[in-house]
Design a protein around this ligand. Structure first.
Ligand code: IPM
Ligand code: MG
Length: 385
C-alpha cells in the first residue's frame, strides 16, 4: 500500500517544493451543510500539503444562495473568473428553502448549471463504491452488494437541463415545456471518455438511454454504437433507462462503467448512492477543457445545516479525487482514502450511516478523527524504517 514513511514524505516534500508548481484551488462552500463539509475537506488538503510538501493556494468565493444574498447572482462574475483561472475547484452544495420560490433561472441551482456550462464541464464521473466496512448498510442482499463497483459517467453539459424551459398560458391553466437537445458532437466527446475509462477497467461499458421513445436517445445510441468500432476491446451493451434502474438493484455486478445522459445520470447516480450505503459518501469529478470541479453528489441538506451532523465523507473523497485526477497525486489520495476506510472499520459513523446501535459522531468530530488517523499512519510507518 502506498502509505508514506515520514522520511519518504519529507524527502518527497523537499522534492515537491523544488519541482512542483503552486496549485490553485478555488473553494465554493455554497449553502446549507456546504461550508461545514468543505471546512473538513480543506483540513485534509492542508494536512496533505504539510506532509508531502505541496503548495495549495486555497481561495474561497461566494456561490449559490449565499452569493444571491451578497451579490444578487448565484454565480457572480468574480467567482466565474476565479474558477476559469484555477487548477481545480472544490464545491460543497447549493440551494435551500429560502430561494425555492425564485424562478428557475434565478435559483442557486441555476448558478451550478451556469458554472458547468461556462467551464465546459461535459463529463461527470461518479464512482459508486460500496466501501468494505459498510457492506451491511447497503439495502441490497449481501450477495448482490458484493458487486457494487461502478463508475457512472454522466453527460453534464446538454440534454433537458440546458434546452429551453418555458411556461405559457393554456386554456386549462398553463403549458410547460422543457426542451431536450443533443448533438452528435456532444455525445461523441463524452462517449470517447467513457470508452477510455472502460478500457482502463474491465472493458465493460453499458450505455443507458430511452431509445424506444426519445430522439435524443436514438442519436445517442447510434453515436455510441458507431464509436464502438474504434474500441474492439470494449464490450458495449445498451439498456433502456427503466430496465437499467431495475438491473442496478437486482444485479449490480453486471455493471462496470455506465455511460448516460445528463437527466438519466442525475437519477441513476442517486440510486447508485443508495446502493453504496448513503448519498453522503459519494464524490464526483466534472471535467472538460479547463479546470475540473469536484463535489459530493448530495445536496445542501438545509435541515442539517449548522448542526454539525452531516457527513463530510463525500467532500473528503472529492478532495482526494482532485489530488488523484487533477494533480496526479495518487499516493496522497490513497493515504486519505485508506484513513477513511480505517475509521469505518473501527465503527466510526456519522448519523447517515450509524444505524440504531451506534452513537454517531458529528461532521467536525469526523474531521478530527480522520486527521488523527492520517497522522497516526505516517508516524507508525516512520517507526518501521
Ligand atoms: C446533482 C444535483 C444537481 C443536478 C442539482 C443541484 C442542479 O442534483 O449534481 O446531481 O441536477 O445536476
Ligand atoms: Mg442529483
Amino acid at each position: 500500500m502506498g502509505i508514506p514513511t515520514r522520511r519518504e514524505a519529507c524527502w518527497r516534500g523537499q522534492l515537491a517544493k523544488m519541482t512542483n508548481p503552486t496549485r490553485k484551488i478555488v473553494l465554493l462552500p455554497g449553502d446549507g451543510i456546504g461550508p461545514e463539509i468543505v471546512r473538513v475537506a480543506v483540513r485534509v488538503l492542508k494536512d496533505c500539503a504539510a506532509e508531502f510538501g505541496h503548495q495549495f493556494d486555497l481561495a474561497e468565493f461566494p456561490f449559490g444562495g449565499c452569493a444571491i444574498e451578497s451579490t444578487g447572482m448565484p454565480l457572480p462574475a468574480e467567482t466565474l473568473v476565479a474558477c476559469k483561472a484555477t487548477d481545480a475547484i472544490l464545491l460543497g452544495a447549493v440551494g435551500g428553502p429560502k430561494w425555492d420560490a425564485l424562478p428557475i433561472g434565478k435559483r442557486p441551482e441555476s448558478g451550478l448549471l451556469a458554472l458547468r456550462k461556462e467551464l465546459g464541464l461535459y463529463i461527470n464521473l461518479r464512482p459508486i463504491e460500496l466501501r468494505p466496512a459498510l457492506r451491511s448498510l447497503s439495502p441490497l442482499t449481501a450477495d448482490r452488494a458484493a458487486g457494487v463497483h461502478i463508475e457512472i459517467i454522466r453527460e453534464l453539459a446538454g440534454d433537458i437541463y440546458f434546452g429551453e424551459h418555458r411556461i405559457e398560458a393554456d386554456p386549462s391553466g398553463e403549458r410547460a415545456t422543457d426542451e431536450a437537445v443533443y448533438t452528435t458532437g456532444e455525445v461523441e466527446r463524452v462517449a470517447k471518455y467513457a470508452f477510455g475509462r472502460a478500457e482502463a477497467r474491465s472493458g465493460r461499458l453499458a450505455s443507458i438511454d430511452k431509445a424506444n421513445v426519445l430522439s435524443t436517445s436514438q442519436l445517442w445510441r447510434r453515436t455510441v454504437t458507431r464509436l464502438a468500432a474504434n474500441h474492439p476491446r470494449v464490450k458495449l451493451e445498451h439498456l433502456y433507462v427503466d430496465n437499467a434502474a431495475m438491473q442496478l438493484v437486482l444485479a449490480p455486478a453486471q455493471f462496470d462503467v455506465i455511460l448516460t445522459s445528463n437527466m438519466f445520470g442525475d437519477i441513476l447516480s442517486d440510486l447508485g448512492a443508495a446502493l453504496a450505503g448513503s448519498i453522503g459518501l459519494i464524490p464526483s469529478m466534472s471535467c472538460g477543457p479547463g479546470s475540473s470541479l469536484y463535489e459530493p453528489i448530495h445536496g445542501s441538506a438545509p435541515s442539517l445545516a449548522g448542526k454539525d451532523v452531516a457527513s463530510p465523507v463525500g467532500t473528503i473523497l472529492s478532495a482526494s479525487m482532485m489530488l488523484r485526477e487533477s494533480f496526479g497525486l495518487k499516493q496522497e489520495a490513497d493515504w486519505i482514502e485508506s484513513a477513511v476506510d480505517r475509521l469505518f472499520s473501527q465503527g466510526i459513523r456519522t448519523a447517515d450511516i450509524a444505524g440504531p446501535r451506534t452513537a454517531p459522531i458529528g461532521c467536525s468530530a469526523f474531521g478530527e478523527r480522520l486527521h488523527a488517523q492520517m497522522m497516526e499512519t505516517v508516524a507508525r510507518h516512520a517507526q518501521d524504517v
